[in-house]
Design a protein around this ligand. Structure first.
Ligand code: Q0N
Length: 352
């Protein structure tokens, strides 16, 4: 699976243009050699690069043998950096129906990271966050050799004492919320008006905490249960913050034509107090619905993963491991949807 990149046989100034970087390419969309013309100040040389860092490279697995892995999820890997920081890396892995697929999605890690950075900045007056810097040049010296692998898809974050309760805000009735409502008229024990339809907008956003069950699945809990686990003061603080953050982001997103139906936050404690951690308000942590296609009364298409789900249903995967791979066109169209989510929300192209 792993290929180490070789320095291109190239005259001129190979050290500058083609640093010998060992990184992980688990999947390359296009492995045709690239012809590169060396810029002005070099001898007129054309050289063939058999492998280089390009945006179509997909990172399925981080590869930092010299760093200590601190935690890792379906999509993100965290490494310890010194005593007080973590390197937070978004890979291009994608999960569907609870499994990570064999194929990565080009640009996905960059979209998740750049969107989180956008929101951290947008929300900075509402909530402090764990970001130290995402400028690779400002990372500690020990990380510089990995710069090419980290650029655009990573953040250096402050290590926090994580609060193990997932803080979910819901503005619409979907997913596990809809399931519970159908059977009991409540969501996380909150009584809702009768007669709501799937994907309906709620009278007002609600806070629906969850814990990671031993199965690895999230288990919705009532606010009272959260108070038993975390105490009343912290629970109220997290509830109020979660709803304030959601409201601020959802109001903005709506002006950009995107409904944020629900979203999950994780918080931690640092020396400086409570901070918003993890990645925030990405398609992986939220339900994004295009506003112009919204219609209550049934499930909404997923903004980002619809082609993936449709494909997996079409091939009748039994949803048991090993998870299949995706045809290149499904991966490519999905990539476009992730990039579109960034562009539509921010109004800017994804940074190069
Ligand atoms: C941390 N998680 C769960 C990987 C991420 N700033 C922090 N300090 C200490 N620990 C963490 C953070 C952050 N963020 C958070 N694990 C460690 C989030 N996971 C979910 C799965 O993917």
């Amino acid at each position: 699976m792993r290929l180490s990149r070789e320095r291109a046989p190239c005259q001129g100034r190979p050290g500058k243009f083609f640093p010998a970087i060992k990184t992980t390419v688990s999947q390359a969309i296009d492995k045709r050699p690239t012809r590169i013309k060396i810029p002005d100040d070099s001898p007129e040389t054309i050289c063939t690069v058999t492998s280089s860092i390009h945006s179509y490279d997909v990172l399925l697995q981080t590869d930092f043998p010299d760093l200590e892995l601190y935690a890792s999820g379906k999509v993100r890997d965290l490494y310890l950096v010194g005593n007080d920081h973590l390197l937070f890396v978004a890979t291009d892995r994608i999960s569907a129906f609870d499994y990570v697929l064999a194929t990565g999605i080009p640009q996905k890690g960059r979209v998740l990271t750049q969107l989180s950075l956008f929101w951290f900045d947008f929300l900075k007056d509402v909530v402090p966050n764990h970001l130290a810097t995402a400028d690779v040049h400002k990372y500690p010296a020990e990380l510089q050799k990995h710069a090419a692998q980290l650029r655009g898809r990573s953040m250096l974050v402050v290590k926090a004492d994580m609060i193990t309760i997932e803080c979910v805000a819901r503005g619409y009735l979907s997913g596990s919320g809809w399931k519970e409502y159908k059977s009991s008229g409540t969501v996380c024990g909150i009584k809702l008006p009768a007669g709501l339809k799937e994907s309906d907008k709620l009278p007002e956003p609600i806070f629906t905490p969850a814990t990671k069950a031993t199965s690895g699945h999230d288990e919705n809990i009532s606010f009272d249960r959260m108070v038993e686990l975390a105490g009343a003061e912290l629970s109220e603080q997290l509830r109020d913050l979660t709803l304030r953050i959601y409201q601020t982001a959802a109001d903005y997103a709506e002006t950009r034509g995107i409904i944020i139906a629900d979203t999950k936050f994780e918080f931690g404690r640092t020396a400086g107090g409570l901070v918003l951690a993890d990645e925030v308000l990405t398609p992986d942590s939220s339900r994004f619905w295009p506003k112009d296609k919204y219609k209550a009364g049934g499930p909404q298409d997923s903004f980002d993963k619809q082609y993936v789900r449709d494909y997996l249903e079409a091939i009748k995967w039994n949803k048991q491991p090993p998870a299949p791979g995706l045809p290149p066109e499904v991966a490519a169209r999905t990539s476009e949807k992730y990039v579109e989510a960034y562009t539509q929300l921010t109004g800017h192209p994804l940074p190069a």
